[in-house]
Design a protein around this ligand. Sequence first.
Ligand SMILES: Cc1ncc(COP(=O)(O)O)c(C=O)c1O
Length: 426
Amino acid sequence: MTSFTVTPPSPNLALNQLVDRRRAAGDRLVHLAFGEARLPVLPQLAEQLALGAARASYGPVAGGAGARAAVAGYSTRRRLPTEADRVVLAPGSKPLLMALQLVVPGDLLLPRPAWNSYAPQAVYAGKKVFGVPVPAECGGIPEPDALRSAIRRARAAGGDPRLLVLTLPDNPTGTLAPPALIRELCALARAEDLLIVSDEIYRDIVHDPESTAFLSPAEAAPERTVVTSGLSKTLGLGGWRIGVARFPPGDTGALLRDAVVAAASEVWSTLAGPMQQVAEYAYAEPPEVVARMRDSARLHGAVARAVHRIAVDAGAHCRPPTGGFYVYPDFEPLRPLLAAHGVTDSASLAARLLDDSGVVVLGGHLLGDDPHALRFKAATSLLYGDEQQQRAALRAADPTRLPHIAGELSQIADGFARLTRPRGAS
Ligand SMILES: Cc1ncc(COP(=O)(O)O)c(C=O)c1O
């Protein structure tokens, strides 16, 4: 038998299953290891899903004209003028990211840390991955000099870096890259002839959109940026699998789109018809969708900031979150104390939190970060409780004071505090 390309199962999905098993066995866990925006489905979207049930034909691979026009309108309203023929829909943005990696030649430049699926996708696509560290003030993207050096090092090592993935706002750090830095990176991408994939799946969950400047690389380098996004995070529809990509204008953009559509035609054929009905409705941004995006961004911001405060109070460094629903604490300041308890890297840190306090996090080593660092990702979007509690959280002036959320926050605070206490001490 020949050998296969095998990467370990996606660590966030694997941890999610572990949590289900341990909860079924009676463990009280605080689950911070899965980036699902768990919020009730808007009834109007459920209605569209039912209305779309009759759409049982395959339809065009890139998506129907109505859904593509709606996504083009959405992008155009975000300073990205878009023709419908530049839009491709798919069952989630993950397959679109995979297809891009399959059809774009060369190797991948990736911020360290980064969302856990980009690197394994690159491996499946036969690419090498070259990591570039991300300083705290950069909002989850590399600093240009570091990127330039990484490109030189990659070439010297026989690599051919051609693709740069940026995530705005960033998963895992929960921060957003400043526009000036985006411009500099785009200039470098142009000089080095890199294609940028700008993963903007958290764009509509910037916590305070009024006072936060968002610049898409597709504005600064329109000819070489593909934007991917979807409804999994913004509208809490991860399981419905609705993803989109916006391709650059011009001939090269058209060729790239055709290549992705060709890959799609061999792998997923098209986005399910009922989901196209939902996408067409949601991307037109009717009032209830706009209101849900606003309310959920406020909720995600309030809870992420509360977890950030808990991490800082426990003695960690932590970048203040400004978008999405993640914080990325660094317990380096506590290294000597932690070492005294056998915690010396991100794996032992995550294991200690789980074993002693039932707090489940994703160690930074699973996100391409330095395994010796004491960092982890905490996803804060599963703290909103059951459906009724989620509705209350969306309405609350201060959701962190609702008893069910406050209870989870205090278990997290206790878990972080216990890290430096002798084992067994209460
Ligand atoms: C940064 C990022 N990109 C893409 C995805 C994939 O989203 P989907 O395939 O549901 O569109 C996720 C989901 O966790 C993510 O965090």
